[in-house]
Design a protein around this ligand. Structure first.
Ligand SMILES: Nc1ncnc2c1ncn2[C@@H]1O[C@H](COP(=O)(O)OP(=O)(O)OP(=O)(O)O)[C@@H](O)[C@H]1O
Ligand SMILES: [Mg+2]
Length: 353
């Protein structure tokens, strides 16, 4: 068997932005996903982390084939989806399922839970008896009583609704589930219940997850590897513990510092400053350089490629290999100069008064 479930290679998705609704002038492209490559192994939880707008959901929609890529390729169990037959695409759609962020909006309020969970089976032509069997199996797997089948979504709490969403994703016995912010709309008290449920299901069934979140604290204990995204690009990819205990990229370090509980010292003291620039006008060179406390002249000129360090970790940063050792990670860095890319845009939008 192939050692990867899904692989994306040089995946790119640009959204053209126009001035008017009809025949408007093209202002440019939002580079939502800009040359991303990674592979997910069987039984692995691969986390995709980054601030709002960095392109995480677009990656998910490309893998789910809800969007066509501008360029790049997706491979399923080693085989490219380019030129795949109708039967192969159907098999792929069965194998890759999703659980979305909003447990309230994701479920049709007029449908009974049994129907909601069994709908993907109906679409794929399963018999009624097989549908019933799988719906019951899925309800058991997510810890809901069999009687839930005849109830409506509004009769359940947020956490239970998210369990219904997970049950729906399980019925087709997928090999990969994309979890797009699966707990961020839930009360903090029930987040860990849902994450533990997902972990148990993975242990039992060997399913792979792509876990998408803006919150590093959510992913640390349930991910095997973490990929950090910034403005459409991967800036770091490594084992979950390595990323959280010893972040290599200054952006990752600032995310880790932000997620470090009060009273504990982060592994690398970098506060996150400024906001993510517009994806329509990404800064030149390394897109993070206007917010980076350690930016050097080369950072605004040359895009750093995601390169493998001798220890196997991958990072896209000009500090490697020559400059990283001169940094004292235990001391706060000098405040970065927030560059034109951000300030110009802000002033253009500012109220003249
Ligand atoms: N259909 C679209 N048309 C135009 N631009 C889009 C479209 N979908 C997404 N974008 C833009 O692409 C960029 C990435 O969006 P995306 O939803 O993938 O980010 P995200 O990382 O999932 O953010 P969040 O954490 O807020 O969910 C954003 O700038 C967004 O405005
Ligand atoms: Mg999103």
């Amino acid at each position: 068997m192939n050692s990867t479930i899904v692989e994306v290679r040089n995946l790119v998705k640009y959204f053209p932005v126009r001035t008017g609704v009809i025949m408007g002038r093209t202002l440019g492209n939002v580079k939502a996903v800009d040359d991303i490559s990674f592979a997910v192994s069987p039984g692995e939880t691969f986390a995709l982390v980054g601030e709002s707008g960095c392109g995480k959901t677009t990656v998910a929609n490309l893998i789910l084939k809800l969007l066509d890529p501008t360029s790049g390729e997706i491979f399923f169990q080693g085989k490219s989806l380019k030129g795949a037959s109708g039967a192969e695409i159907r098999e792929y759609r069965k194998s890759v399922q999703a659980v979305l962020q909003d447990p309230y909006g994701a479920l049709n309020p007029r449908m009974r839970v049994g129907h909601i969970i069994g709908e993907p089976l109906e679409v794929h032509g399963y018999s009624k008896s097989e549908r019933n069997r799988r719906v019951q199996d899925a309800l058991r797997a997510v810890g809901l009583p069999e009687t839930s089948e005849s109830q409506f979504p509004h009769e359940f709490s947020g956490g239970q609704r998210q369990r219904i969403g997970v049950a729906r994703a399980l019925t087709l016995e997928p090999t990969l589930i994309i979890l797009d912010e699966p707990v961020s709309n839930l009360d903090v008290s029930i987040r860990s219940q849902v994450l533990n449920l997902l972990k148990d299901i993975q242990d039992e069934r060997g399913i792979s997850y792509i876990l998408i979140t803006h919150d590093l604290a959510t992913v640390e204990h349930m991910s095997h590897r973490i990929a950090v995204m910034y403005l459409g690009k991967l800036v770091e990819l490594a084992g979950a513990e390595e990323v959280c205990d010893d972040p290599a990229h200054p952006y990752t370090a600032s995310l880790v510092a932000a997620a470090t509980p009060l009273g504990r010292t982060p592994p690398w003291q970098i506060p996150i400053v400024g906001e993510v620039p517009s994806a329509l006008q990404t800064p030149s060179g390394c897109a993070f350089h206007p917010r980076c406390a350690y930016a050097m002249p080369i950072c605004s000129q040359v895009i750093p490629p995601l390169t493998q360090l001798p220890n196997g970790r991958r990072v896209a940063c000009h500090l490697y290999p020559d400059h990283i050792d001169s940094i004292d990670k235990s001391a706060p860095p000098p405040a970065p100069e927030i560059e034109d890319a951000i300030t110009q845009e802000d002033t253009s939008k500012a109220d003249p008064l």
